[in-house]
Design a protein. Sequence first.
Lengths: 107, 107
Amino acid sequence: MAEISQSGNVVTLINVFTVRPEDQQPLLDLLVEATESVMNRRPGFVSANLHKSFDGTRVVNYAQWRSKEAFEAMLEDPAAVGHMRQAAGLAESFEPHLYEVAYVDEA
Amino acid sequence: MAEISQSGNVVTLINVFTVRPEDQQPLLDLLVEATESVMNRRPGFVSANLHKSFDGTRVVNYAQWRSKEAFEAMLEDPAAVGHMRQAAGLAESFEPHLYEVAYVDEA
């Protein structure tokens, strides 16, 4: 199970895809396939966590990597690039940014 | 520590704030204060996890609530509304959506 913590020693990719509702499930299926066939074999991969919005208009990948360098090296992998192009084709837009966890509070 | 899982029995709010870099830390400070003074006392609050992008342009709140109903009841709380207005004033835009976890993969 992925854990969110300030001391997690990871960098976090949050990639928000905006989709037409009919493309939400196809994009999810594609991202699952990309994760299983390419991403989770890359050095530095920690976790991928795919989310679908109840309103049908968004898919979010909340992914953890061991370092910025590991994430950036993945971006040069031709297999990864191929999957990302396919994902871009199913989305109206996508916004990937790299984050650090700044604060955590729990009930 | 917040955990991401498909069986977590939570709904997930992912709220992406777009900010000017000089407003990133002030917005984070405001969201910490809102979490500690209002959100984490609300029924159904599970966790709030604030993230800041390395590029300075985004703040993301990845928050877990016990149910949609608990989240929606919070939106009617005048103290919460006051904090959300202040946050909106510091952001160029914000995009809150409610999600379910669709898939999890770990190294």
